[in-house]
Write a protein that binds this ligand. Sequence first.
Ligand SMILES: Nc1nc2c(ncn2[C@@H]2O[C@H](COP(=O)(O)OP(=O)(O)O)[C@@H](O)[C@H]2O)c(=O)[nH]1
Ligand SMILES: [Mg+2]
Length: 376
Amino acid sequence: MHIKRFTAPTVKDSMKAIKTEFGENALILSTKRISAGAYEVVAAIDYDLSNPVNLNLADGTFGTSQTSVIPGNFGNVTLPKVQAKENPKAQSETIKRELKELRELKELCKTMISSTNTPVSEVFVKLEEELVKNGIDKRLAERILINSFSAISKDKTSDVAYLKSFMKNKISEKISVADPLGSKGIVSFVGPAGVGKTTTIAKLAAIHALKKKRRVALLTMDTYRIAAADQLKVYGKIMGIPVEVAKNTRELASYIGLHNDKDLILIDTAGRSQKDASRMRELNDIASISPKIKFNLVLSSQTRDEVLYDSVKSFNALPIDSLTFTKLDEGNVYGPILNAMILAKKPLAYLTSGQRVPEDIEIATKERLLNFFMPN
Ligand SMILES: Nc1nc2c(ncn2[C@@H]2O[C@H](COP(=O)(O)OP(=O)(O)O)[C@@H](O)[C@H]2O)c(=O)[nH]1
Ligand SMILES: [Mg+2]
């Protein structure tokens, strides 16, 4: 469903604009006079059937692993291949399911329109605005809202507080958290350049080596930028922990062997553009050294929509175990974290909010995340 506000000098003019943009099938959600000579009409249109949408209204999910959570940009993460393999019977099942979902969506819109005492549509639009203002992808915001509105009893659809807590629960079901350094292991930090991988590693190394007294070794494969390895060496020296520079995956494998007595081995990698195929291959080679190596994808919370989705999609080709979001101190919009988590379908490990080592890092908790996504 696509919802849009149309403002014009008269309702008739708004209707004309709606008809031009949305066609005959537009559903009118609300009409109000906003000032002398200005009327606002909120209209909605069903998704085009050709658009790969799975609302899963029946079970209240935002989408399944076989279909996109969010159409459009999110659609080609897993969808094209899965669809290509579908046999005609499965395809017809998919079409049937989608038609059923569209019918349910239409019913939901009708319910919203017919509610005259407390215009549900206004609550819907207001909550959607709140989510979108917080950086939550509009398409995801609509799904969360539709799933929530359709799952609660009608007398609750204008109770904003109830709706918010219901939506929080819905989001909570869809996200998870995990600390990859909870037990002994090897974790490689990957992600675009400049997001804060090396700083995050320094913070984690300080916490585990100095505070928790665990045996830690740092390995770096970042030999592309001058002084990149030095940055980590300085941290290692201050903390009194070994730092090894590996020029290739063969060397990396031998350093991993050398430090097999350690509780934790943290691997720093060169920040690379996901468009750089040879460097992405190198990251894949790290994965092939040992299945024990975990991958944490580090992303900046300040990266917006398309660029962020691009990174998630490209790096998700690696066996990513968890995510980290950095630079929370640089903004007050947290939706992109949710967008990326839903798209990546991976748990969140750490949040960082400053340059101080080791103070500015925290282990992610669901409670904290939900407060970021839907502040009270
Ligand atoms: N404001 C802020 N800056 C950060 C944070 N994490 C890292 N940085 C800074 O971002 C820049 C790049 O960090 P670096 O760790 O070298 O990124 P890398 O290229 O991914 O290894 C440095 O100036 C860091 O001090 C954070 O949480 N908040
Ligand atoms: Mg670095």
